[in-house]
Every structure is written in structure tokens, then in C-alpha cells.
Ligand binder design. Structure first.
Ligand code: PLP
Length: 331
């Protein structure tokens, strides 16, 4: 029995546990339970191919406060960017701060690179032997946040000898972390952003790659034309400009994370992590607890190394009650 490879695979849970899809409470992802309200989309946006000069570039640059000499490429989620990045370098030695979103290590390995998973505490000692370092900040699944100063120091060391620092900021918007995007005009610093988590728009497939202009152009060429749909570009531009909604979202996610910590602590777990979108709970009994929750139709993420559970946020009073009572049975 192993945990699901990615969160949100509800159809697989339905088959595995024999519980109808509509009866599940899915807390297996770090996606906000409150999605950005989708605006009416003009017919022309569905019917016409997207054009690069549709204004999204300026909106994204303004949102991230990017200096003009920074490359900024809208992508269909951060996944295609992180998956394609390894093809833009000759095979080399790549460190991935672990445990981390598994797609990074998989993508670099698949492209023929030598991948070294390492704890954050081991980076300083290993960096001289690395060409590329990949950090998810805050980390998924642990929620650990790396200080921007530390990341800048690592970038300086790598860039000094033609190396790259890749910072995956998919969860940064719902945290106290500082983005490195505004420094990504510097050679060798690549920042990835996602609209899937904080904006709750995982199905839209929208994100950004921020880096030197030449590297963004190489990524664009590798992904090909119209890699991001016209409706996704349209909705992304609206969401990035809607600062009032973002402010409200930040506040309610923070409150919900505190509430989640309370519920998990009451059940004997020790929630950790700096992302407001999920809690990381190292737990020797993780497998038993995961299975007991799943039998009650509550899906969370189960990790084996280290043994841990990751809980996303409930989205309604009914869901909070359900989580609380399922945890009391699984304790
Ligand atoms: C850390 C991290 N980065 C990137 C992604 C890819 O997300 P998306 O392609 O929706 O931006 C995920 C998805 O779960 C993730 O957890």
C-alpha cells in the first residue's frame, strides 16, 4: 500500500476504496478551496488564437514588480516549464532540495542529468560540486521556507561558474516568503510561478517562468506556439490584476491554516510548515492514519520517507466537521 503519487487523484481513490466520487472530501492537494471567480470569457477569446501582445506580459511584470530587462514567459502551468528546463542544458550535476515535488528530480533525470537529492542543511557543503540547484520555496510537501538571503547566496555561487538556481515558487503567494522573481534578470536565476495553488485555478493550467530573456526565449521555442490557451491567458490577466481579491484570499487562507493546525493538534498530530495552503505532519503512524481516513472518504497525501501526512484546507463548515470526526476515528 503506497500513497498516491500526486494529490487530487480522486478517480483512483474511488477505484481503490470503493467510495463514490461525490462522497469524498479531498484534502490531498495544496490547492486553495476558494478558486478565483472566473469572469465571463468573450467568444473571440475562445475562437481566436492567443496573441503574445495581448497585454498579459505587462500585467504579469507589474504583479511581480519585474525590472524591464527580465524575461517573463506565461506558460500552461509551471509543470511544462519545469519539465522542459532540463533540455535547455547539457547533462550536468543537479541538486534537488528534498523531499520535494517529485517532478523536478524526474524531469532532470529523464533528460540525462545526474540528480542528487539533498537536505537543505547539506546544500552549503555540496554546492561546489553542483551545476544546478532546484529549490521549491516554500517546499512541497514539507512547507519549509528558505530565506531569500540564503537563496541569493546559493545563486551567486552557482552563477559565478555558469550554474543555475531554479526556485519553484508555486506556493509562495500563500506564505511569508520573499519572491526572487524581481532578481531573475540575473544570469542563472530561474523562478517558476503557478496560478494553480493560491488562485485555486489548477485546472486552468497557467503559470510563469521568470529568468534572463534569452532563457525565456529558449523555453518559448521549446514549448512551441500557443502553448498556453487564449482563455487561460485571459483569466490569468484578470486574476493577477485583482489585488483586492488577492488580499482577501491571503487573509482567509491564513485563518484557515491556523484552524487546520488546531484541528490536527487536537487529533495528536504536530502540524508544520510555512505554507498557508497545507500542513505537513511527520507521523510514525502515517500509513494507518491515511488508511483510516480513506476508509471514511477523507483523502490526504501519505508519504513514506519520512513517514508523514499532508493535509490541504477544508472549504466549508461541513468539511471541517467531517475532517474533525474522521481524525477522531483514525487516532
Ligand atoms: C511545488 C510544485 N511546483 C509545480 C507544480 C506544478 O503545478 P502547475 O503546473 O499547476 O503550475 C506543482 C503541482 O502540484 C507543485 O506542487
Amino acid at each position: 500500500m503506497s500513497g498516491l503519487e500526486h494529490g487530487g487523484r480522486l478517480n483512483q481513490a474511488v477505484r481503490q476504496w470503493g467510495i463514490p466520487r461525490s462522497d469524498w472530501l479531498d484534502l490531498s492537494t495544496g490547492i486553495s478551496p476558494y478558486g478565483y471567480p472566473i469572469p465571463a470569457i468573450p467568444d473571440a477569446v475562445w475562437q481566436r488564437l492567443p496573441e503574445e501582445d495581448d497585454g498579459l506580459d505587462a500585467v504579469a511584470r507589474d504583479w511581480l514588480k519585474l525590472p524591464v530587462d527580465t524575461g517573463c514567459l506565461p506558460v500552461a502551468g509551471s509543470q511544462p516549464a519545469l519539465q522542459t528546463l532540463p533540455a535547455l542544458r547539457r547533462p550536468c550535476r543537479v541538486g534537488v532540495v528534498a523531499p520535494a515535488y517529485a517532478e523536478h528530480a524526474r524531469a532532470w533525470r529523464q533528460a540525462g542529468h545526474d540528480v542528487v537529492p539533498l537536505a537543505a542543511t547539506a546544500v552549503a557543503g555540496t554546492l561546489p560540486r553542483l551545476d544546478v540547484l532546484v529549490c521549491v520555496n516554500p517546499n512541497n510537501p514539507s512547507g519549509a521556507l528558505l530565506p531569500a538571503e540564503t537563496l541569493r547566496g546559493w545563486h551567486q555561487q552557482l552563477a559565478g561558474r555558469g550554474g543555475w538556481l531554479v526556485v519553484d515558487e508555486a506556493f509562495l503567494d500563500a506564505s511569508n516568503g520573499t519572491s526572487l522573481a524581481a532578481q531573475a534578470h540575473q544570469t542563472g536565476l530561474i523562478v517558476l510561478r503557478s496560478l494553480g495553488k493560491f488562485f485555486g485555478l489548477a485546472g486552468l493550467r497557467a503559470g510563469l517562468m521568470v529568468a534572463e530573456p534569452a532563457l525565456c526565449s529558449a523555453m518559448q521555442a521549446a514549448l512551441g506556439p500557443w502553448a498556453m490557451s487564449h482563455p487561460a491567458r485571459y483569466v490569468m490577466a484578470q486574476a493577477l490584476q485583482d489585488r483586492a481579491w488577492q488580499q482577501q484570499q491571503r487573509q482567509r487562507l491564513r485563518e484557515d491554516r491556523k484552524r487546520l493546525d488546531g484541528v490536527l493538534s487536537a487529533a495528536g498530530l504536530s502540524p508544520q510548515g510555512d505554507s498557508d495552503l497545507f500542513a505537513w505532519c511527520p507521523d510514525d503512524q502515517a500509513q494507518g492514519r491515511f488508511e483510516a481516513l480513506a476508509r471514511q472518504g477523507v483523502l490526504v497525501r501519505y508519504f513514506t520517507e519520512p513517514a508523514a501526512l499532508r493535509f490541504g484546507l477544508a472549504g466549508s463548515e461541513v468539511q471541517w466537521d467531517r475532517l474533525r470526526s474522521a481524525l477522531s476515528v483514525s487516532a
